[in-house]
Design a protein around this ligand. Structure first.
Ligand code: DAS
Length: 355
């Protein structure tokens, strides 16, 4: 090849580089799956932070409110649902979980972000923590103020969530809840306030870390099994067993249990007083349900602490399962998945001690 031809080939290659993007710093690909909620909510007035309509704006509008995302990741956006999360159901969890697993199978995808209403965000997050079949980051976020509000928290939560999902250091740490600059573990975290932007908290364990300038700073790691270490496979599931939650209080009526059984429930979680205590009048009703093969799990209404097996109640004698430090709403998620595998109480108790 003559010298002149070599020079010509070099110039053509150099000119082609920017066009092909070859050699440019390729940005990570992050899938953003939108489901509705307040983060997609709107109101007539920019001061209306309550009394707005949730789930009105599409995912493209949410992304348009965060132009800086363009320098963080290549976004693949999808509107999976458009609903206020009080209307989420286990059927929605299954659809979303399968969609997340499908997105994560793509070798180009670095992580997934889900935008979601905050009311039941913690339940969806824990379900995904038990069913995502990948160690890539999955980050679920939302907002407490609608997109139309002054100082809406949705855009910064979405920015932080995408940054976290794109971060290599976020791999292998389970499903995250990202709100208010804070990184939470899906298992430990719950909504604690009806309207404040700092509503999410992990009363027993605290957060996993924080986001600063688009980078995660982790303080600790989750200790319970999650994602690729769980035994639950939803790929072939089309529904989840019915599990009901009952609430304990002074004078609660044993007929609560009858009502729960009337739904066809295969499991009942009781958010009991204190350490998952049951009033004598109800204890027999729960024991009757257990004797019929319904799995009874004792949780607590306190919101933190551990419900101890055989502590306040003889679980061994009554065939009950102790929820440990899972809240009632999280215990319901685990029990529903457990019942897709077994009804054996000893195996289910081991699952509550593991996940
Ligand atoms: N509208 C409720 C929901 O969709 C609240 C919210 O998103 O913050 O969960």
């Amino acid at each position: 090849m003559t010298h002149a031809l070599r020079v010509l080939v070099f110039l053509l290659l150099t000119l082609a580089l920017p066009v092909t993007g070859f050699g440019a710093d390729k940005k990570p690909v992050v899938a953003v799956l939108a489901t509705g909620g307040t983060i997609a909510g709107g109101a007539e007035s920019d001061t209306a932070t309550i009394g707005y309509k949730a789930a009105v704006f599409g995912v493209d509008k949410l992304l348009a409110a965060v132009p800086s995302l363009g320098r963080v990741a290549d976004i693949r956006a999808e509107q999976v649902f458009q609903l206020a999360s009080e209307n989420m159901t286990p059927a929605h969890w299954l659809v979303l979980g399968k969609r997340v697993n499908q997105a994560l199978k793509d070798p180009d995808v670095a992580g997934v972000v889900i935008t979601h209403g905050t009311d039941t965000l913690e339940e969806t997050a824990y379900f995904l923590n038990l069913t995502v079949r990948s160690d890539k980051p999955v980050v679920i976020t939302g907002s407490m103020r609608p997109a139309t509000a002054i100082s809406a928290d949705g855009p910064i939560n979405l920015f932080n969530a995408v940054c976290l999902a794109a971060s290599p250091e976020a791999r292998g740490k389970g499903v995250f809840i990202l709100m208010n600059d804070t990184i939470f573990a899906a298992r430990d975290t719950t909504k604690t306030n009806t309207f404040r932007t700092d509503t999410f908290a992990a009363p027993d364990t605290g957060p996993l870390g924080v986001m600063q300038l688009g980078r995660p700073l982790f303080h600790r790691l989750p200790v319970r099994a999650h994602t690729v270490s769980t035994e639950f496979d939803i790929a072939t599931l089309t529904s989840l067993p019915q599990v009901e939650i009952l609430y304990g209080y002074a004078g609660s009526h044993p007929a609560q249990v009858t009502g729960a059984l009337a739904t066809g429930a295969r499991g009942i979680v009781n958010a009991g007083t204190g350490n998952g205590s049951l009033p004598d009048a109800s204890k027999q009703a729960f024991a009757g349900a257990s004797a019929k093969g319904v799995v009874v799990v004792r949780a607590s209404r306190t919101g933190s602490g551990v419900v101890t097996r055989n502590g306040e109640v003889d679980d061994d004698a009554l065939g009950f399962v102790a929820a440990g430090n899972l809240t009632a709403q999280k215990a319901r998620v685990l029990l529903a998945l457990a019942l897709t595998v077994t009804a054996d109480r000893a195996r289910i108790q081991k699952m509550f001690d593991t996940y």
